[in-house]
Each structure stands twice: as structure tokens, then as C-alpha cells.
Design a protein around this ligand. Structure first.
Ligand code: GSH
Length: 209
């Protein structure tokens, strides 16, 4: 398998399926495309991805584009990796949380892009972004209370892959979760996402590149 990803410092959409792929333990190669180079970026990604966006996964003749679709494909191809839990209700909840991230939180995504190279600095976030943060804190607390942790559904899953870039944004822009709700379990969870060996590998490679 080959995964096409964008610049590791910035490409939050690439990080998510890359974490899931790592979790499967399957061998893969990486094709890294430098983002923010205009037509060059589009052309390079477009050589593999029909959307001309990263990420894309190539498995033989098959190309899967879009972060969530790649994660779902990996969950089906590698059932032993348990990228989703066995329990259908818990799985549906995890999918809801991942889809909520995939299709929403646009204020946070726009105002606080992933920037792993930046030193933490306090950003005065807009009311719209504050609303996104409140909702994320509420969701994390809800799911952690339901599962008992340490990850959203108990064991690490695709839902956690989807929120890992969010945790980097909270760190980079010094967003204190206690300013946006009951942050007890949520704060520790965000820190846990940033301490997984797979994320630390990605971060090291991002900062070296
Ligand atoms: N919905 C897509 C979004 C993919 C996306 O927006 N990728 C960005 C990088 S994070 C991209 O390829 N941008 C192209 C560019 O910067 O030219 C997904 O989930 O995979």
C-alpha cells in the first residue's frame, strides 16, 4: 500500500488515516507532497488522487481518497487491528464523532490550522471557534464517561485519529479547555492523544522535514 500525504507539519487530514494505517501494522510506503505550492501541489497529488487533495491510499489498482473513507477501508481490510470496536452501538457512536469532526468544526479548522512547527502561543479565538471548542469538550467528556477511557471508545480507534489534530491545535494556540467547559477528563485525553507513539513518530518526522 502507498499513502499520499501532504506536508506533515500542516496536513491534518493526512495525519488521521496515517495513524490508522500505522495501527494496522501493515507495511506501506509514503509519498509526501509539499502543500501550498499552487499548481505544483495539485498536479503532484492529482497523479494519484482523483480529488487532487491529500490524503489518498493506493492498494494495488484501487485508489481510496478522503481521510474518512481511507480509515473505513483499513478497518474492513484489517479487522484484527480493531480500528473500530466490535460493539455495533459503540461503533455507531464512534462513527458519529469522527463524522462530526470530518464535516464540522469549521471555525476551529479555519482559525486554528494545524502547525506543528509553531511554538505555543495564546490566540484570542472568535466566538464561533469558542463554540466549536465547547462542543468538542462536551463530546470528549461524554464519550470518555461512557467508555471509561482511556480513549473515546475505550481502546484507541478511528475516532481518536480524527481528534488528534484537534489536540495539536489546542496545544499550539494555548486553548485552555477549562475556559470552555468541564475540562477534567478532556484535558488529560488531549494530552494522551499527543503522547501516543504513532503521533510522536509523525511529529518527529514533521519537524525533521
Ligand atoms: N475532505 C478531505 C480534505 C482533504 C484536504 O483538504 N486536503 C488538503 C491538505 S490537508 C489538500 O490536499 N490541499 C491541497 C493544497 O493545499 O493544494 C479529506 O478528508 O481527505
Amino acid at each position: 500500500m502507498e499513502i499520499v500525504i501532504g506536508t506533515k507539519r500542516w496536513s491534518s487530514w493526512s495525519l488521521r488515516p496515517w495513524l490508522a494505517l500505522k495501527r494496522t501494522g501493515a507495511p506501506f510506503t509514503e509519498t509526501l507532497v509539499e502543500l501550498r505550492q499552487g499548481e505544483t501541489t495539485t498536479a503532484e497529488i492529482g497523479r494519484i488522487s482523483p480529488s487532487k487533495l491529500a490524503p489518498a491510499l493506493k492498494d494495488g489498482d484501487l485508489v481510496v481518497w478522503d481521510s474518512l473513507a481511507i480509515c473505513e477501508y483499513l478497518a474492513e481490510k484489517f479487522p484484527q487491528a480493531k480500528l473500530w470496536p466490535d460493539d455495533p452501538a459503540l461503533r455507531a457512536i464512534g462513527r458519529s464523532a469522527a463524522a462530526e469532526m470530518h464535516s464540522g468544526f469549521t471555525a476551529l479548522r479555519g482559525e486554528c490550522p494545524m502547525a506543528l512547527e509553531e511554538a505555543p502561543r495564546k490566540l484570542d479565538i472568535s466566538e464561533a471557534t469558542q463554540k466549536d471548542v465547547r462542543k468538542i469538550v462536551e463530546r470528549w467528556n461524554q464519550l470518555l464517561a461512557r467508555s471509561g477511557g482511556p480513549f473515546l471508545l475505550g481502546e484507541w480507534s478511528i475516532a481518536d485519529a480524527f481528534y488528534t489534530p484537534v489536540a495539536t491545535r489546542f496545544r499550539t494556540y494555548e486553548i485552555a479547555l477549562s475556559d470552555h467547559g468541564d475540562a477534567g477528563a478532556a484535558t488529560a485525553y488531549g494530552e494522551r492523544l499527543l503522547a501516543t507513539p504513532a503521533f510522536l513518530d509523525w511529529e518527529r518526522e514533521a519537524l525533521a522535514g
